[in-house]
Design a protein around this ligand. Structure first.
Ligand code: FNR
Length: 210
């Protein structure tokens, strides 16, 4: 039996407040085994039917990393074209990935074909496989922050292209490309809020009672 006290609860809250999506990394590598430990922790996450559909690809190969960076640049240029006027100007100033500096790259997929869990819980909602992988990424995000490690989620990518670059099974659906490393700075405010792109709203805006 494990119990958590008030100090732990306060610190856990601070962990939530100080977790950031990080785009600005120091280039020094993580200590050996750190990434594997974070993956171990992520694997403690809930998953539909205990399906454990997360699949992790540690991307060390320089040519594959370069191809991912090129894909990000192309997708980000396309994304910029979707805006006009002042919003476009602001988008152009945003830093939306730390791919060039982050010492570790981790791609995360959902295995749609795995029989682990025997289909429990997903007959009516097959997308719960993807939800389970996102739950694991969130756990990893918090676990990393607790170690002083930053994580940045990059989604401005072409999933088919990432699939080809990383040469993974067809049944794997691309979920996330994560940049991981020590952050240049800590902050309790989202970078997009600092850049006045969007602001964090109160929970009452998103909560209904019925
Ligand atoms: C599914 C998904 C996908 C992305 C993100 C997040 C999530 C959940 N975020 C990070 C996002 O911008 C960030 O979480 C919010 O701005 C809030 O900031 P904090 O995470 O609280 O620092 C993100 N950030 C970024 O710079 N480039 C990106 O491609 C993405 N993609």
């Amino acid at each position: 039996m494990v119990e958590f006290d008030d100090l732990f609860r306060r610190q856990l809250h601070e962990l939530f407040v100080w977790r950031r999506d990080v785009r600005r990394f120091r280039t020094d590598p993580l200590p050996d085994g750190t990434l594997e430990q974070l993956i171990d922790t992520a694997c403690l996450s809930p998953s539909v039917g205990l399906s454990q559909p997360w699949r992790f690809v540690i991307v060390d190969d320089v040519a594959r990393r370069r191809a991912v960076i090129d894909d990000f640049k192309a997708c980000n240029a396309d994304a910029l074209n979707c805006y006009s006027g002042e919003r476009a100007g602001r988008y152009a100033t945003l830093k939306l990935s730390g791919l060039e500096q982050a010492p570790s790259h981790l791609a995360v997929f959902a295995d749609k074909a795995s029989d682990i869990g025997h289909g429990l819980g997903r007959a009516t909602m097959p997308e719960t496989i993807e939800y389970s992988v996102v739950a694991a990424i969130t756990a990893m995000w918090l676990a990393a922050r607790a170690e002083g490690i930053g994580l940045g989620w990059v989604s401005i990518l072409n999933p088919d292209r990432i699939h080809a670059i990383l040469d993974v099974p067809q049944s794997w659906k691309f979920i996330a490309y994560l940049c991981i490393g020590y952050p240049e700075a800590e902050c309790d405010q989202p970078e997009l809020e600092q850049a006045k792109w969007e602001y964090r709203r109160g929970a009452d805006e998103f909560t209904l009672r019925r």
